[in-house]
Design a binder for this molecule. Structure first.
Ligand code: CAA
Length: 285
């Protein structure tokens, strides 16, 4: 019989984790969110308020529904709160030792039947799964930013993932209104493997003063029909996250396409991380 996921947990409530928690709570699920510290909890609450207020303004959510949705998400700092979850998604930063540590801790806290999912964008789900005693119940669930808006979720199966876990996670995501695709475990999966070479190339064009950021973005929006230009998209993703994804893909493939443009690192060092820090290629209020 197909397993059902009623109580779900999200570890790491940054841009992606908060968005994933919102997706779950929108369909009436109880969500237990865990952050590293009290400041993280405050940031997550602010992110959830902003995002759901935007959904209300866009006519996607009623004001009463917004309050109910937010009420279904609890945010704390203890992983022990996840002990009764049917599914836990980790969305902590793209750092393999950190993700492995979190998965190991979840493995000890959650019952053996709990499915553990990683929202990694480029790291090896197989390596993450190997830090648990239940690699058959570990999958990748890679959401796209903004998670409440974009339908795609890449469901990553490793050589160890039990086939019925993949089927049940796919069915669950479809019930949430998402459009899952299933792939094997290779850095970048489908979308990032195709997208990040393009984004990196755009940074190199700015770096060499080949075109202005505004003209670059306008060209791709107005000439190719993309919803946003590559530099605005990098600001949305976060330059630090983008750098980590490129770096991981580059180390796996050695394809120069993914060798991070030096300008990216310089901007990160200067604290220009994109929307989340108020400034990246553009400045945000
Ligand atoms: N909740 C629900 N719906 C929302 C919403 C919210 N908070 N915010 C916007 N929407 C809906 C709008 O109602 C609208 O829907 P309809 O077309 O049905 O009316 C749609 O989303 C677009 O909204 P807007 O036209 O108002 O545009 P926007 O400026 O608010 O947002 C955007 C635009 C969704 C961000 C769009 O520009 C976009 O899709 N950009 C590309 C994003 C992208 O490529 N993301 C992938 C990044 S890569 C990644 O995430 C992987 C990784 O590992 C890093």
């Amino acid at each position: 019989m197909a397993r059902e996921f009623h109580t779900v947990g999200v570890v790491g409530l940054g841009t992606m984790g908060s968005g994933i928690a919102e997706v779950f709570a929108r369909t009436g699920l109880t969500v237990i969110g865990v952050e590293a510290d009290a400041a993280g909890v405050t940031r997550a609450r602010a992110h959830l308020d902003r995002s759901t207020t935007r959904a209300v303004a866009r006519g996607k959510l009623g004001a009463a529904e917004q309050a109910a949705l937010l009420g279904r998400i609890s945010c704390g700092t203890s992983l022990a709160a996840l002990a009764d979850c049917d599914l836990v998604v980790e969305a902590v930063p793209e750092d393999l030792p950190l993700k492995a540590e979190i998965l190991g801790a979840l493995d000890r806290i959650c019952p053996p039947a709990t499915v553990l999912a990683s929202n990694t964008s480029a790291l090896s789900v197989t390596e993450i799964a190997a830090h648990t005693s239940r690699p058959g119940k570990v999958v990748g669930t890679h959401f796209f930013n903004p998670a409440p808006v974009l339908k795609l979720v890449e469901v990553v199966r490793t050589v160890m993932t039990e086939p019925d876990v993949v089927t049940d996670v796919v069915a669950f995501l479809e019930k949430l209104g998402k459009a899952p695709v299933v792939i094997g475990d290779r850095a970048g999966f489908i979308a990032n493997a195709l997208l990040f070479g393009y984004l990196n190339h755009a940074v190199r064009m700015v770096e060499s003063r080949y075109a202005t950021r505004e003209d670059l973005d306008a060209a791709m929006r107005l000439g190719c029909g993309y919803p946003m230009g590559p530099l605005a998209l990098l600001d949305l993703i976060g330059l630090d996250t983008a750098h980590q994804i490129l770096d991981t893909m580059y180390h796996q493939s050695r394809d120069r396409l993914h060798a991070p443009a030096p300008l990216l690192k310089q901007m990160i060092t200067a604290g220009l991380l994109g929307r989340k820090s108020g400034r990246g290629f553009y400045t945000y209020a």
